[in-house]
Structure formats: structure tokens, C-alpha cells
Design a protein around this ligand. Structure first.
Ligand SMILES: Nc1ncnc2c1ncn2[C@@H]1O[C@H](COP(=O)(O)OP(=O)(O)OP(=O)(O)O)[C@@H](O)[C@H]1O
Ligand SMILES: [Mg+2]
Length: 341
């Protein structure tokens, strides 16, 4: 039996969770700072790290108590090492090191994106849960990343493509700002889009033929131009239609390119993870196609959490990975450097 404590502080969520045998979630605590950052329209790094400092002890303590365990009963402490905000990462890292030093429980450093991927390996209480089968084509779409990854096996990553400019979540956040919708932009656009027509505007899709990369800045500019034209012509601005048409363009590109990669690399499963995988239209597009089995985490595991870090920690621990107190945070850590092969 393995029991892993996960600690996540890479951005604006302070989170801790305990996982047993890689399948059973014994505790899952998330303290979100989203309301605090909403007034700045984005994450304010200095505010984020101060808030982590204030809440980290209580969050980890709660996770341990909810799991009815003591620290020495743990097999490993998995902590997000990067990528993320340096000042935020350091808070979780120091907490993990302190616990490890005091108890002798080994540390395992986790890449935040690897955590997002492993959220597809958490069965929760879902009786229909099936483990993704390799080779896996994984789409990570979050606030800072849009990446297509090939996983031939556990902990083995080949990056096929990434965003050349804005990440998918970043595009949602920026377009929401253009449309005067509240932060965070993803959920606001989704809500507005539900009352809009996705065909109202034919926004461009950057297919970038011959490459697995993504680009969303042209789409963002197209929304801005359309807004300016509507204003200049004195025509009504139907935010719902703009939001729905923007969302349709993003979903189209993400879904079609992922399916094409799955065909090319003979994938047995597709995994979609990261904050944008919470998007209802994106989930529907993937679940409606019947060509490949698709694994998308439940909503609460799409955005930042520590269960995913504990799950990745479980697999790393099983594969013999251990870190020591010399481990430091890596704010720009590429996922591919984690590959065990
Ligand atoms: N329903 C939704 N539709 C679209 N986007 C969404 C939705 N919910 C959240 N998002 C977007 O997800 C992003 C946050 O995701 P996540 O917490 O994984 O990002 P992050 O941790 O800040 O970035 P990264 O994981 O790349 O370091 C935000 O950009 C947010 O707008
Ligand atoms: Mg994230």
C-alpha cells in the first residue's frame, strides 16, 4: 500500500491531498485565491505567494487530518516543482521539505503539467472509469499551456506541438477582457456562449498544416477587429454570439488537431486535461466523436489541485523516483525533460 501526500502551489491555488494506492482519494483540500485576483483581472504574483504563505500550513494540516493519518505514515511527499510562479512554488516546496526533514518521508518532485495529465488516472467514485491505454495522445490546455503530448508509457512524454503564442486558457481570459466579461475568462465565456450562436461569426482557425503546434493570437485579433467594426458601424454588439463563435473556433482546432494526432500515432486513448478541459463545448466535442476513447477528468480535477500531483507522485514513487532536500523549484521546467526514457 502506498500513501502519497501531494502539495500544489504553482499559481493561485494552495492545495494538498492524500492518495492511497494511486486510486483512493483520502483527502482533497483546495484554497483558491481566484476572488482575490479577480480585482486585478489576472494573477498578481506577489499577492499569490503571500497568500500561499498564509494558507499552506492550514491546507496541508487539513489534508492530513481528513485522511486520518500522521506524516510518518506517508510513503512519499509529492510536490510541484514547476512550471509556475517562482514565489508561489517556493512556498509549497519549503513546506514539503520541512515535512520530509522532520519525518524522513521521501520527497518526489512533480512537473505541474505531468500532474494535469495524471488527473486522467484518478478513478474517483466513477464506476465507469477506465484507465487510459498507451499509446496516449494528450492535450493539455490550461492558463499557461496548450500542448499535444505523445505518451508511449507511464512517465514518458514526447511533445508533438505547443502554442506558438497564447495558451488556450490565456486566449479565453484575454477575449473575455475584450468582451468585458469577468475574470477568470474561461467560465465567463462559456456562460455567455450558452445563450449565443456559434455560427454568427466565422472566426479564423489556425490549422498550421504540417505541424502539431497551435496559435490563438490571430483569433483574438479577429475578435477585437469584429468588435471595433461593430462599434464603428453603430451595430449592436451581441457578446453572447461573439463568445460562442470564439469558443467554437477554439474547440474546433483543439479537437480536430488532437484527433489527427491520435490517428497518426495510432493512439489507443486520448487524454484532455488542464483548466480549459472544464469547458463544456470542448468536452462535448471530444465525447461526441466515437473514433477514440477519450478521458477527461471530472470538473473539479481540471483546474489546479493536489490530487493530480499526488497521483503523478504515486507513479513516480512506484518507478523508483526520489528527490532530496537539494531539490529546488524550476519555474520554466519543460515536461519532456521528465521522460524516463
Ligand atoms: N469552463 C472553462 N472554459 C474555458 N476555459 C476555462 C474554463 N474553466 C477554466 N478555464 C481556463 O483555465 C485556465 C486555468 O487553468 P489551470 O488552473 O490549469 O491553469 P494554470 O495552472 O494557471 O496554468 P498552467 O497549468 O499552464 O500552469 C484559465 O485560463 C481559465 O480561464
Ligand atoms: Mg494548472
Amino acid at each position: 500500500m502506498t500513501r502519497v501526500l501531494g502539495i500544489e502551489t504553482s499559481c493561485d491555488e494552495t492545495a494538498a491531498a492524500v492518495l492511497e494506492d494511486g486510486t483512493q482519494v483520502l483527502s482533497d483540500v483546495v484554497a483558491s485565491q481566484a476572488d482575490l485576483h479577480a480585482r486585478y483581472g489576472g494573477v498578481f504574483p506577489e499577492v499569490a505567494s503571500r497568500e500561499h504563505i498564509k494558507t499552506i500550513y492550514a491546507v496541508v494540516d487539513q489534508a492530513i487530518k481528513d485522511a486520518h493519518l500522521s506524516i510518518p505514515e506517508l510513503d512519499a511527499i509529492a510536490v510541484t516543482r514547476g512550471p509556475g510562479l517562482a514565489g508561489s512554488l517556493v512556498v509549497g516546496m519549503n513546506m514539503a521539505k520541512g515535512l520530509s526533514l522532520a519525518s524522513g518521508v521521501p520527497l518526489v518532485g512533480i512537473n505541474h503539467l505531468e500532474g494535469h495529465l495524471y488527473s486522467a488516472w484518478i478513478p474517483q467514485e466513477n464506476p465507469e472509469y477506465r484507465e487510459p491505454q498507451f499509446p496516449v495522445i494528450a492535450l493539455i490546455v490550461s492558463g499557461g499551456h496548450s500542448s499535444l503530448i505523445l505518451m508511449q508509457d507511464h512517465l514518458t512524454y514526447t511533445q508533438l506541438g505547443r502554442t506558438l503564442d497564447d495558451a488556450a486558457g490565456e486566449a479565453f481570459d484575454k477575449v473575455a477582457r475584450l468582451l468585458n466579461l469577468p475574470y477568470p475568462g474561461g467560465p465567463s465565456i462559456q456562460k455567455a456562449a450558452e445563450n449565443g450562436n456559434g455560427q454568427a461569426f466565422q472566426f479564423p482557425r489556425a490549422w498550421l498544416e504540417g505541424s502539431w503546434d497551435f496559435s490563438f493570437s490571430g483569433l483574438k485579433t479577429a475578435v477585437l477587429r469584429t468588435l471595433q467594426e461593430l462599434h464603428a458601424d453603430g451595430r449592436p454588439v451581441l457578446v453572447e454570439n461573439l463568445a460562442a463563435s470564439f469558443q467554437a473556433a477554439v474547440v474546433d482546432v483543439l479537437c480536430q488537431k488532437t484527433l489527427a494526432a491520435a490517428r497518426q500515432f495510432h493512439a489507443c486513448s486520448i487524454v484532455v486535461a488542464g483548466g480549459v478541459s472544464a469547458n463544456r463545448a470542448l468536452r462535448k466535442a471530444f465525447l461526441d466523436q466515437k473514433e477514440f476513447p477519450v478521458h477527461i477528468p471530472p470538473l473539479k480535477l481540471c483546474t489546479d489541485n493536489a490530487v493530480m500531483i499526488a497521483t503523478a507522485g504515486h507513479y513516480r514513487f512506484l518507478h523508483g523516483f526520489r528527490d532530496d532536500l537539494s531539490m529546488d523549484v524550476l519555474p520554466n521546467w519543460p515536461l519532456v525533460s521528465m521522460s524516463q526514457k
